[in-house]
Each structure stands twice: as structure tokens, then as C-alpha cells.
Design a protein around this ligand. Structure first.
Ligand code: IMP
Length: 176
């Protein structure tokens, strides 16, 4: 079944270009290139497009996380499945997220990077389900705010399917 389109490939490209310009402006005079940390797996398509829309030097790293019971537990246990290669000490870090839902994953990452000595931690997310937030965590740069729908495509999956779609879509069963 082909998910129906919610955000088109063109609309995504336009927003990613704007986000890239905003990040370039933010870090234009930085003493050291910011470290973009892509949150796997969902962030990989967004990161790939975003770095090409940025015209200042950046470094890139990847972190893998899986959240257990994020939807049902308030503790939001988050487990690191693949850790960073770079040291965080003194770095300006930009977390690159596909989507912020409850905020539990992001809150865990921001806290963890601060404790590891990052100089600053900012967040860029392609999609923001603000209405679902359970912890207050600032998202500095947002692509699109969306409602309470389960979305796939552009890196996002449903049981590992649909990550390759160039657009963001919803599954037909989701009448949310
Ligand atoms: P949070 O910790 O509840 O904010 O969840 C964030 C993570 O849940 C994202 O990085 C995604 O991996 C996953 N997620 C949340 N909403 C969706 C969705 O609508 N489609 C696909 N994955 C989602």
C-alpha cells in the first residue's frame, strides 16, 4: 500500500533549504565547525539533504538510539545502540532529528550531550508533533509542525518500511 502524501518532495526541499540557510547564519562566525549529530535511523535522509544546504563548515557524527515504551512510560527509557565517535567537550552540537513526538528521546540526548561537556546544544527537527509533547524540550529549528498522525517516508519508517519514500506520507488506515 502506498502511503498518501502529506508533505511533498518539493515542500520538503524548500524547507530544508531554509533550515540550511538558518543554520549557516547561526554558525557563520563560529570559531570551530559545529558538530551535527544525526539521530539514527530516521534522521539519515534529512541529514544528507541538510548538510548540502549548509554553506559553512560542519562536522558530522551519528548516534543510534532506541526508546522503549516511550509512548506508555513517563520515564521514557532510551538506550544508545550506537555511540558517537567524536568527543563532545567544548563543541557546538546540533542534534539532527527526523521527528519530535513526546520529546523523551530528545530530552535524553540534550541532557547526555550537556553532561559530556558540549559548549552548546541546539536541535533541528524536520517534523514536530508539538501536541504530543510530554517533556518540555526546546526545538530550535523546525521544518514542519504536524498533528497527531503517524507519518512515514523521508527516513521515517513503520516497522522498517517506507524509509526510502522521497515525501512524507500517512498510511491509509491512519484516519487520525
Ligand atoms: P519521542 O521520544 O517520543 O519524541 O520519539 C521520537 C522518535 O519516535 C522519532 O525519532 C521516531 O523514531 C519515532 N517516531 C515518532 N513519531 C513517529 C512517526 O509518526 N513516524 C515514524 N516514527 C515516529
Amino acid at each position: 500500500m502506498r502511503p498518501s502524501e502529506l508533505i511533498s518532495e518539493n515542500a520538503i526541499a524548500e524547507r530544508v533549504a531554509a533550515l540550511g540557510a538558518a543554520l549557516s547564519a547561526e554558525y557563520r562566525d563560529a570559531a570551530r565547525p559545529p558538530l551535527l549529530v544525526c539521530v539514527l535511523k530516521g534522521g539519515f535522509v534529512f541529514l544528507a539533504d541538510l548538510v548540502r544546504a549548509i554553506d559553512v563548515e560542519v562536522e558530522v557524527d551519528f548516534i543510534g538510539v532506541s526508546s522503549y515504551g516511550a509512548a506508555t512510560s513517563s520515564s521514557g527509557e532510551v538506550r544508545v545502540t550506537k555511540d558517537l565517535e567524536h568527543a563532545m567537550e567544548g563543541r557546538d552540537v546540533v542534534i539532527v532529528e527526523d521527528i519530535v513526538d513526546t520529546g523523551l528521546t530528545l530530552a535524553f540526548l540534550v541532557d547526555s550531550f550537556r553532561r559530556r561537556g558540549a559548549r552548546s546544544v541546539r536541535v533541528v527537527a524536520l517534523l514536530d508533533k508539538r501536541g504530543r509533547r510530554r517533556v518540555d524540550v526546546p526545538v530550535d529549528f523546525v521544518g514542519f509542525e504536524i498533528g497527531n498522525r503517524f507519518v512515514v517516508g523521508y527516513g521515517l519508517d513503520a516497522d522498517e518500511r517506507y524509509r526510502h519514500l522521497p515525501y512524507v506520507g500517512v498510511l491509509e488506515e491512519d484516519h487520525g
